[in-house]
Design a protein around this ligand. Structure first.
Ligand code: SAM
Length: 388
């Protein structure tokens, strides 16, 4: 192997599985320490101590899909469905710009209708244009004039996470101003994917969507859940290879957390119902951070996010992850009154917080671990800007 400091290592599936087995099943803490420290060194090599923000607005929980694990799946009873009016989301976007978030991620359940497409196009175009104009005005430039060629990053980067759509819709949203798209593959193993999703959903279609997004020119993010019932360490190793092979520009991995009343929570109960749940979830937290480290070491210069689900298990979870390969934080900016209706899993944190509280809390957390928030920066990943 290449033993240079902070080398990106093109580990194969057997090597990755081996590392996961040694650290997870055999408790090799020396290997785990080396894994975390090498991942941090690779992160430092590409990003220094910089941490980037992606403010996220969960603008609608309406969904046509029935993903077996998800608390806002179509057939989940007792969920009050909402879609935030465009004006209200644009106000959040302006707040995000003023509070130097750099990127706004618009996330929702899946709704492939012409009305939703029209909503999204207008929303993307307005967030893009109105934050650009705000930025121009603040720099003393004419907001209605074309931006000067040397102006650099203006306004907010607009990212979408709204699921599977036809390629033409992805193109129309790109044309409206979206530049990033997050679509988790959920598991790179098609059989495991099939066990967790209804027959109407297809793993191959998800892969096709990721390929369409790449072809159009989006920065493409993907990811998986860790600790799904039936998932093996070799499946997880396959997930890392999947990220590498598609050259993911962003990776988001979180522990799977049960949500009562969903089919996958029932599967989980029948497999793990007898174990100490708290200890099990802590083990899944640790495994997720090992996965973050492996992703950093194998994929190199992608953005990797310290996900909210990590914090659901461990109050300092996101800070720990930022020292184990992650370099991105996603403060939740969804207006407080909607948050309780976007409950993907039990114990989702920050449900009663305001965007201001989330921002202040994360600012404090990052400075505590000796990293530096690059507020206002877009943070496009090196593996998109200069593909290797
Ligand atoms: N509908 C869009 C999509 O499919 O990409 C985005 C919204 S979806 C709710 C966002 C992510 O939530 C999913 O990709 C999934 O990984 C995660 N998620 C859903 N239920 C979860 C659970 N019980 N535990 C952890 N993560 C979960």
């Amino acid at each position: 192997p290449n033993l240079e400091p902070a080398a990106v290592l093109d580990l194969d599936i057997d090597q990755i599985t081996g590392i996961l087995e040694e650290t997870t099943n055999k408790g090799d803490s020396a290997l785990e320490k080396a894994l975390f420290s090498h991942a941090d060194a690779v992160t430092q090599r590409f990003f220094g101590d910089a941490v980037y923000y992606r403010g996220i607005v969960e603008f609608s929980n309406v969904c046509v899909n029935d993903c077996g694990y998800c608390g806002i799946r179509k057939h989940m009873g007792g969920v009050k469905r909402y879609t935030i009016p465009i004006d209200e989301v644009v106000e959040v976007a302006k707040w995000a710009f003023e509070n130097r978030m750099g990127t706004l991620m618009l996330q929702s359940g899946e709704l492939p209708t012409p009305q939703r497409l029209a909503y999204l196009k207008e929303l993307v175009a307005r967030v893009h244009q109105e934050t650009l104009e705000l930025d121009m005005t603040q720099r003393g430039l004419d907001p209605k004039a074309p931006p000067p060629a040397d102006a650099g990053e203006l306004g907010l980067r607009v990212a979408l996470s709204v699921g599977e759509l036809p390629e033409e819709h992805y193109q129309e949203l790109y044309d409206a101003g979206a530049r990033r798209y997050l679509l988790r593959i959920e598991s790179s193993n098609p059989e495991l994917y099939a066990a967790l999703h209804p027959d109407a959903m297809s793993w191959q279609r998800r892969v096709d969507c990721l390929n369409s997004l790449k072809k159009i020119g989006y920065m493409v993010g993907t990811g998986v859940m860790v600790g799904l019932p039936g998932q093996t360490l070799r499946d997880l190793a396959g997930d890392i290879r999947f990220f590498k092979e598609m050259n993911a520009n962003m990776i988001g991995m979180g522990p799977y957390i049960t949500e009562a009343g969903t089919p996958v929570a029932d599967m989980w109960e029948s497999m793990f119902g007898h174990v100490d749940k708290k200890a099990h979830m802590k083990a899944m937290f640790d495994l997720t951070t090992r996965m973050n480290s492996l992703a950093r070491i194998v994929v190199g210069s992608a953005n990797i996010s310290a996900t909210t689900a990590l914090q659901a298990i461990e109050p300092n979870g996101r800070e720990i992850a930022l020292r184990r390969g992650c370099n991105v934080l996603m403060p939740i900016l969804t207006p407080t009154k909607y948050r309780e209706h976007y409950q993907l899993y039990e114990g989702k944190p920050c449900i009663t917080d305001t965007a201001e509280e989330c921002r202040k809390c994360l600012n404090a957390r990052v400075s505590m671990i000796g990293k530096r928030l690059r507020q206002g920066a877009w943070g496009d990943p090196p593996n998109f800007l200069a593909p290797v």
